[in-house]
Ligand binder design. Structure first.
Ligand SMILES: [Zn+2]
Length: 74
């Protein structure tokens, strides 16, 4: 069985690896690229990392908006 990359902390709810592979009942997942031997994951590595970075930026942006909102309110 291949080990797929999974950056998530909540592994219980994962049905599909970031590479698009549907996972079975006991999926092999790792947040460490050195342990990932799924070729699809490795091939999409940069895109997966970029997507995670995008999400992070979005969350940070939202938090910034909220902080600005609260400053404006207060
Ligand atoms: Zn994979």
């Amino acid at each position: 069985m291949k080990t797929h990359f999974a950056p998530f902390t909540d592994l219980e709810d994962i049905e599909q690896a970031p590479c698009g592979t549907w996972l079975g009942e006991s999926p092999e997942l790792s947040g460490d690229w050195a342990e990932v031997d799924c070729l699809l994951c490795q091939k999409r590595k940069e895109r997966i990392i970029a997507a995670a970075a995008d999400e992070e930026r979005f969350i940070v942006e939202q938090m910034g908006d909220m902080a600005a909102f609260m400053r404006a309110e207060g």
